[in-house]
Write a protein of this length. Sequence first.
Length: 141
Amino acid sequence: MNIPALTDRILAREVHFHFSRSGGHGGQNVNKVATKAELYFNIHDSQFLTDDQKKRLIKIAGNKVHHEEKILIMTCQEERLQIANKEKVIHHFRQLLAEAMTEPKQRISTKIPKSEREARITEKKFSSKNKQLRQKPTLEY
């Protein structure tokens, strides 16, 4: 299943929204209108994500996850309109899910050639010698 279709299913069935008044400046609009959008997603109970994807999502989301219940909470209060804040939160959620669903590439370790290692050691010895020459000579009796 492709990622956009899966995120649409998750948004339709497993995501809940809550709206409240925004904080900060804004005058009457902030004091009267509930424009702050909060998105709640229970990662642990998700039926659409695999265990690896859940682990990756928790790692990527960081402090947005309430760790006891594994609930992802994302908020947006940048716009004056509730629908605009909701769309921004959904956009950020989709990006986060897409990042969690893509399989990370496995790193292929390469062996450093012997000539490279020797060149690195000679360069280190040269810089060490330069630093020793910069020091003041000590007087020994």
